[in-house]
Design a protein around this ligand. Sequence first.
Ligand code: ADP
Ligand code: MG
Length: 421
Amino acid sequence: MFHNHTNSYDIISMNNFGGNMKIKSLEELKLSGKRVLMRVDFNVPMEEGKITDDNRIKAALKSIKYVIDSNGKLILLSHLGRVKSENDKKKYSLEPVAKRLGELLNKKVIFVPFTRGKFLEQQILEMKNSDVLLIENTRHEDFPEKKESNNDKDLGEYWSSLGDLFVNDAFGTAHRAHASNVGLATNSKESAAGFLMEKEIRLLNQVIQNPVRPLVAVLGGAKVSDKIGVIKNLISIADSIIITGAMAYTFYLAKGYSVGTSLVEKDKTDLAIELMNLAKNKIVLGEDVVTAKEFSNESEKNIRDVNCIPNDEMGMDVGPKTLDIYFKTLSNAKTVIWNGPLGVFEFSRFQNGTKKMAEMLASNRSKINTVVGGGDSAAAVIKFGLESSFYHISTGGGASMELLEGKKLPGIECLDKKKGF
Ligand code: ADP
Ligand code: MG
């Protein structure tokens, strides 16, 4: 029998690969008339009670609309910020989110300003099919005791008693075991992954478990120590690994180069050598860097060879020869995993490397499937307005990192498996 490429690929990635693809999907649940507890990630940035970016709310709409259209009674839970005092409770209320969600859905969203109690229970009792209710910030349960973040047993049990089913669509917190994800899942009779969660797992797992090759990893960012797990896991998976960003200077130091005042982790040079030995010739470094005397956007810039950065200068961005080396490495790539900016992209004067990389990958969208993981890398792509030209930009910084490290995420593992597994 003749399979077209797309179909056979889907079959492979669904059944043989991706441990997590065994997870039951929202589509497999019978929702009509059911109280559906759904954990979403509404941890949106706010300034003085106003939402400054509603992308996270938008990212959850697909699952939300599906439950509404399936005549479920939707009860939403999310965390917002960190709650360490009574004052933080006022500061981190989900009320503005309920309002914004109502606008996006063009539908009334019932907001309950409590995380438990008679009023909440009564509101749920009065819900009709397709109604949407949002419970107050789950982290209000973190003060005075850290019940939410420590996955308090009674809290998970209580929340699960408010519904019939549990759906986890909060990929961004899947690397944490909290009462509102793991607690809810383990106490609910039936649980499943929402559409956003499913998409994140599928696309991230696809690139590490079944990539179209060559696979090139572009790993930058601030610290080697944050990325050890990712580098180690990708050494055995990727065909080439570009080490860039501030992290590269620890590798340069390990090679005996003078790195001036660049951000380095002196105690990680042995590790850098170990990684280079482990990777054999897979690791690609640079030849030149853009330096500055001060960590500031006003500081004058110079281009220096990596092996002779003056004592009073620090590497802030990659140089032109280095970009050429990277682009040569990427010229045959079919899949790219990008985690970590190439330089201090927050300063316009030192954003060139990160921007050129984003533009190159975006303009090769038809040849290269690029998956971007990591909060700052995603922010960089969005800053340059190129997010629509990428195969996948993960919505979960820490969670995407842990998947790229090959770890199992507690917020995913606790969900029901598909039938037959
Ligand atoms: P991600 O969130 O994508 O995983 P990281 O958090 O590891 O990325 O790193 C992002 C940070 O690294 C950015 O704030 C950026 O300014 C910084 N960075 C990149 N290159 C340098 C450099 N040469 N010197 C100092 N900081 C750098
Ligand atoms: Mg970061």
